[in-house]
Design a protein. Sequence first.
Length: 298
Amino acid sequence: MVDTSDAWIQERTGIKERRIAAEGERTSDLALHAARAALSAAKLPAESIDLIVLATATPDLTFPATATRVQAGLGIESGAAFDIQAVCSGFIYALAMADNMLVRGQAQTALVIGAETFSRILDWTDRGTCVLFGDGAGALVLQAQESAPGAPERGVMSTYLRSDGRLHDLLYVDGGPSQTQTVGHLRMQGNAVFRQAVNHISDAIRQAAARAEIAVEEIDWFVPHQANQRILDAVASRLGIPLERMVSTVALHGNTSAASIPLALNTAVEDGRIQPGQLVLMEALGGGMTWGAALARW
Ligand code: ACO
C-alpha cells in the first residue's frame, strides 16, 4: 500500500509483527478476552469486580463507554464501569484512577484494562504512521488488601501523571463527534514525538521512583509503553538502566497504545521474569500530550 520495507520498519522501530482485529471484531471484544484471562489468573469470579476502568482511544462507539460493554459481557450487575482517554498513556492513567478509588474505599476489586483497535483509525496511505500501530488488549486485577504485618507493601506504590495540551499537534486524530462528525485518522510528527518521549519518560520514571522513595537502581523491571525500540533504548541509556531489565514486546505487537503495557506485563509474568515482591515500573507517553509512570510491588 505504501513505499516501505520490512527492513526499514525493523531498523527504525524494532517492530517485526503486529495483530489486526478481524472484521467486525470490536475493542470491547478484545477487552473481554483480556478481562477473562486476568480474572482467571487472579482466580477471582467476575462478580467480585466492582470497578472497571478501561483505557482506550478507539472505543466501540462514541458512547456509551466500552467499559460498560465489558461489564455486561462479564455478567456483572453491580459496581461502576467507565473509560479513560489518555491515548498511549491511558493504562497509566487508568491504573492511577483505580488505585485512588481503591485507596479511598470506593471499590474493592478493580479490573484495569487497556484495549485498542488502532487499525481502524490509521491512514493506510501514510507510511510515517501506518506501519507502527496494531490492535490488542490487556488487563490487570487490582484489589484493596491490608498488608501482612511486617511484610513490604504490595501493589501500586506511586503514580505520576502529566499532560501538556500545547503539544496537541504532535499527535492527534483529525476527526471526532464535536469537531467533524467523523472518526478521523491518526496524524503524527514522528521525530518531534520521539524527542518528547525520551525527555518526558525519563523524567516520569525519576518522579515515580522519588515519590515512592525508591532509587531507580533498585527497580527490578521496567515495563514501558511499547512505541518504538529506539525510544526504549534511548530512555535506558539516559537513565543507565540495563537493557535486560527493560521488558520489550514491541517486536511482537507494534504500538498498541493503551494496550501495550498490560500486554508486556503479561509476557514478563508468564515467562517468569516478574516475580512476586519485585519492583515494577510502568511508563508511557501519548497524544495530548499525556505522560506518566507508576511504580508497583508485584
Ligand atoms: N518506510 C520507509 N521510509 C519511511 C517510512 C516508512 N514506513 N516512514 C518514513 N520514512 C522516511 C521518511 O519519509 C524520511 O525520508 P526522507 O528523508 O526522504 O524525507 C526518512 O524515512 C526518515 O524519516 P524520519 O521521520 O526522520 O524517520 P525516523 O528515523 O524518525 O523514524 C518514526 C520515524 C519511526 C516514526 C520515528 O520518528 C518514531 O518512532 N517516532 C516516535 C513516534 C511514536 O512512536 N509514536 C507513537 C505514538 S506516541 C508513543 O506511543 C510514544
